[in-house]
Ligand binder design. Structure first.
Ligand SMILES: *[C@@H]1O[C@H](CO)[C@@H](O)[C@H](O)[C@H]1NC(C)=O
Ligand SMILES: *[C@@H]1O[C@H](CO)[C@@H](O)[C@H](O)[C@H]1NC(C)=O
Ligand SMILES: *[C@@H]1O[C@H](CO)[C@@H](O)[C@H](O)[C@H]1NC(C)=O
Length: 274
C-alpha cells in the first residue's frame, strides 16, 4: 500500500503503467502554485474539489470523467503523494478505492522524501510547469461499499452494534470543549486523533507495533468492521489508511459529526464531557 521513492523510481524507469498524482490541498491556488513551481516528474495535480464537496464524495461518473481526463486506466498503478499534510493524499487514496480502482499506493516520505533522495541522486527528477496533455484514460468507476457507510447504517448500529466506531476529531472536539461550532461525538464512539497514528515531528507514520497498541487500546479487533468519522472525512482517511494497513475492515462515515449533530436524536450525541 505504501511504496518507497526507490520503488517509484524503478517503476518510472522501467516504464510501468504508473499514474502519479500530487494531491492538492483545500487551497487550490496555493496547490497549483507549488505544483507549477516543482513536482515529481510525470506527476499530475489532483484537485480535492474534484473528489469531494464538503466531505461528500462526488458521483462515481463525475469521478470517472475526472480520472479519465487525467489519463487514469483501470490497470495503472495509482501512486499519490502530497506536500506533507497527509490528509490530502490519504483522502485521495480512499477516493480511488471507493470508486473501485484496484491498485492504489501512497508514496512513503511524500514530496519531501523524494526531494531528499534527489539531493543524493539526480535520477530522482522533478519538473516545473503544467503537466503535459495526456490521452483519455479508460478507468471505469464503481462504488465500493466496503469502504463507505451512511447515516442510516450508523444509526442502525446504535441498536444492533455490529461494528466499532472511531472518532478522528481532536480530543477537544470529541469532548465538546473546542470553541466555535457545536462539538461532541456520537454516543459509543472512541476517540483516536490523527496524532496517534502519525508522528508529525518525524514526518512518518507510527510504526506497526505502536499502531497495534493504539487500536487495541481503542478496543478494536480485526474481527469487527470499524467505522471512522470526523467532520470532512480528511482526518478519517488517515485513520482509514492506518487501519487498512493492519488489515482491518474499515469504512468511513462521510456525513460525520456535522450530519450526526443535525439528524440524530439527542440521546445519541455526547456534547460536553467537562
Ligand atoms: C473539476 O472540478 C472543477 C471545479 O469544480 C470543474 O469545473 C471541472 O469540470 C472538474 N473536472 C472534471 C473533469 O470533472
Ligand atoms: C473494495 O474494497 C475492499 C477493501 O479495500 C477490497 O478488498 C475490494 O477488493 C474492493 N472491491 C472492489 C470491487 O474494488
Ligand atoms: C516502534 O516505536 C517505538 C516508540 O518509538 C519503539 O520503542 C519501538 O522499538 C518501535 N518498534 C519497531 C518495530 O520499530
Amino acid at each position: 500500500m505504501e511504496i518507497s521513492p526507490n520503488h517509484l523510481l524503478t517503476l518510472l524507469i522501467t516504464r510501468r503503467k504508473v499514474c502519479l498524482f500530487e494531491a492538492g490541498s483545500g487551497d487550490e491556488d496555493a496547490s497549483r502554485n507549488s505544483f507549477l513551481n516543482d513536482h515529481i516528474e510525470s506527476a499530475r495535480l489532483l484537485f480535492h474539489s474534484n473528489l469531494s464537496h464538503s466531505g461528500v464524495p462526488v458521483h462515481p461518473l463525475q469521478f470517472q470523467r475526472y480520472a479519465r481526463s487525467l489519463g487514469v486506466d483501470n490497470d495503472c498503478h495509482v501512486v499519490i503523494y502530497d506536500r506533507g499534510q497527509i490528509i490530502w493524499s490519504t483522502y485521495a487514496a480512499w477516493a480511488f478505492k471507493l470508486f473501485g480502482h484496484a491498485k492504489v499506493s501512497l508514496l512513503a516520505g511524500n514530496y519531501l522524501g523524494w526531494k531528499t533522495q534527489q539531493s543524493r541522486s539526480p535520477q530522482y527528477r522533478t519538473e516545473t510547469g503544467e503537466d503535459g496533455a495526456r490521452r483519455q484514460g479508460d478507468f471505469l468507476s464503481s462504488w465500493n461499499e466496503s469502504v463507505i457507510i451512511t447515516f442510516d447504517d450508523v444509526f442502525l448500529n446504535t441498536e444492533i452494534n455490529t461494528f466499532d466506531l472511531i472518532d478522528a476529531q481532536t480530543k477537544e472536539e470529541y469532548d465538546g470543549l473546542a470553541p466555535g461550532a457545536l462539538y461532541g461525538h456520537i454516543r459509543g464512539a472512541v476517540n483516536v486523533p490523527v496524532d496517534m497514528v502519525y508522528d508529525w515531528s518525524l514526518a512518518q507514520w507510527m510504526n506497526s507495533s505502536e499502531l497495534v497498541t493504539t487500536f487495541a487500546n481503542a478496543g478494536l479487533t480485526q474481527k469487527r468492521t470499524v467505522v471512522v468519522y470526523c467532520s470532512t472525512s480528511l482526518r478519517s482517511s488517515m485513520i482509514w489508511w492506518a487501519l487498512s494497513r493492519l488489515n482491518f475492515k474499515v469504512k468511513i462515515y462521510f456525513g460525520g459529526w456535522p450530519e450526526w449533530v443535525v439528524r440524530a436524536p439527542d440521546e445519541l450525541k455526547v456534547l460536553n464531557r467537562s
